[in-house]
Ligand binder design. Structure first.
Ligand code: MG
Length: 164
């Protein structure tokens, strides 16, 4: 078994779609960044890469490479899952937290699971999705940003190998 940890934060801005876990969520602002800035998927990607010792999202998908401009992070998640598979791992279980003052995210959790479960080859009972506020504190509490954390547990599906 290998454990991986991921964290990400993005600013909120008007005129952007809010995409979390590959699902578009109605809100007055969206996350700002080079890709679609799906903060939850970025944390999950870093947890997966970290568990397999495959570097991080910035190394794998550089934000100065035009091929990643406005890209759906679902595609980055698919590529990441391919990488960990090639490296000899499969995902056993995962847990996550989204930290956002607004909007209420509970109603979207089932949709997010339905979106990412098939990509990660995980049944819903092995995907932890939680959302909490920052109690009004700091930039997240003031609604200027959203953050996410993820842990992923990988198991060796075959003898792990090194991938550059
Ligand atoms: Mg990010």
């Amino acid at each position: 078994m290998r454990i991986g940890l991921g964290y990400d934060i993005h600013r909120l801005a008007a005129g952007r779609k809010l995409i979390l876990g590959g699902v578009e969520i109605p809100y007055e602002k969206g996350l700002l960044g080079y890709s679609d800035s799906d903060v939850l998927l970025h944390a999950i990607i870093d947890a997966l890469l970290g568990a397999a010792a495959l570097g991080d999202i910035g190394q794998r998908f550089p934000d100065n490479d035009p091929q990643y401009k406005d890209i759906s992070s679902i595609i980055l998640l698919e590529r990441t899952y391919e990488l960990i598979t090639q490296a000899g791992f499969r995902l056993h279980q995962m847990d996550t937290i989204i930290i956002a003052e607004r909007p209420k995210l509970g109603p979207y959790m089932a949709q997010i699971k339905a979106k990412i479960g098939p990509i990660l080859q995980l049944p819903p009972e092995r995907i932890g999705l939680k959302a909490k506020t920052n109690e009004g504190l700091g930039p997240i509490g003031e609604g200027q940003a959203m953050a996410a954390q993820a842990v992923a547990l990988l198991e060796e599906a075959k003898r792990p190998r090194v991938i550059d």
